[in-house]
Design a binder for this molecule. Structure first.
Ligand code: UDP
Length: 234
């Protein structure tokens, strides 16, 4: 059966209600919260600080490490605590999608640790984590060419949609999840994953919708930075 109306009444290209806050963890060098609907991510940046073991140090630039964790109580069916293949993969893609906008050349020999915790999960957690991490890095004063903005687009039954929630991901006709991350300023994608099936035309449409959503996310991110630091910069 066709998916004519979204479960929560949103338009097909409509993101969930979003909220962001910067500077939520005082002891961290930078921190942020990003929420989309019922999905909540917090991120904390520690460093740049001396990196151990020393053989990992890079004399040309600082080393970025990201650690994503979906907390046990964040999901309806308790998740076993500790790392998993899934969290290792998400940590890696998070680092790879943030690195292109960072200038770590001033921080040779040091390490920059970004911890991302999902306190409440309703799908789209990697995107929420990336949005929070990007803000936390800006809050830590790391030189950045742009923020990174991220969203999951995809297909629910026969419809291309933006910002799928868990109910949509579990649709009985099947769903495809296509998380993206981008620098809105350059339009360049830094993350593109797909879990499921979509043809070329569908992917193109999903990417167009996703890019528009990232523009909205960037506005939310910029507002959060302005709330702490003031100014009207983009
Ligand atoms: N999820 C869960 N338990 C887990 C992993 C995931 O309940 O151990 C749920 C959670 O709501 C998550 C969703 O499944 O947001 C989709 O997970 P996926 O791996 O597709 O990544 P995400 O969409 O969160 O980036």
């Amino acid at each position: 059966m066709a998916y004519t109306k979204r479960f929560d009444g949103r338009k097909f290209d409509e993101v969930r209600e979003m909220e962001a806050k910067v500077g939520i963890i005082k002891r961290a060098n930078g921190s942020a919260m990003f929420r989309t609907g019922k999905t909540i991510a917090i991120a904390a940046v520690y460093g740049p600080r001396e990196l151990f073991p020393a053989f990992l140090q890079d004399p040309k630039k600082g080393k970025l490490k990201c650690l994503y964790d979906l907390l046990s109580f964040s999901v309806t069916e308790r998740k076993r605590p500790g790392p998993s293949r899934r969290s290792t993969e998400i940590s890696m893609v998070t680092r790879d999608c943030l690195e292109p906008v960072l200038d770590l050349t001033k921080f040779a020999y040091t390490g920059l640790d970004v911890y991302i915790y999902i306190t409440q999960a309703d799908a789209g957690t990697r995107a929420a984590g990336i949005n929070a991490a990007s803000l936390a890095l800006a809050d830590a004063g790391i030189p950045m060419k742009d923020l990174i903005s991220s969203i999951a687009v995809g297909k629910v039954s026969d419809k291309i949609v933006v910002d799928l929630d868990k109910e949509e991901e579990d649709h009985k006709d099947g769903a495809t999840d296509l998380p993206i991350a981008m620098s809105v300023r350059t339009g360049k994608l830094t993350l593109l994953q797909m879990d499921g099936n979509m043809n070329q035309t569908e992917i193109k449409k999903a990417l167009e919708m996703g890019k528009k959503a990232c523009e909205q996310i960037k506005e939310v991110q910029v507002k959060a930075l302005q709330a702490k630091y003031g100014g009207a910069g983009k």
